[in-house]
Design a protein around this ligand. Structure first.
Ligand code: FES
Length: 111
């Protein structure tokens, strides 16, 4: 039996004003592909909890069923946790968005 090879998508990550391009398989997290390509995306827990790896998806789609650290409505706005995000299309995302995600989730509780 021939197995169908996983799809591979082109990823563009903007980090600190620089664009990085690399490939990511559909069964690989964007974070692990970034690390393999030498792109220094911030990360910590690598389990979808801490939000250190938060990004905003500008184009494309990711599948992130384990992104516990992001509310559903913010996922719809484009927030993603790259350590648990699997690409489902070519993706353009801005990484280093932990503070923006924190503000979006908890900003209304601060005075
Ligand atoms: S590294 Fe902790 S949520 Fe991604």
């Amino acid at each position: 039996m021939n197995e169908i090879p996983p799809a591979v998508y082109s990823i563009t990550i903007e980090l600190d004003g620089q664009q990085h391009h690399f490939q990511c398989r559909e069964n690989q997290t964007v974070l692990s592909a970034a690390e393999a390509a030498g792109v220094p995306v911030p990360s910590s827990c690598c389990a979808g909890v801490c939000t250190t790896c938060a990004a905003v998806i500008r184009e494309g789609v990711v599948h992130q069923p384990d992104a516990m650290g992001v509310k559903d409505d913010l996922r719809k706005e484009g927030f993603a946790l790259l350590c648990v995000s699997f690409p489902r299309a070519e993706v353009m995302a801005v990484a280093g968005q932990e503070d923006a995600l924190y503000q979006a989730q908890f900003g209304q509780y601060q005075s």
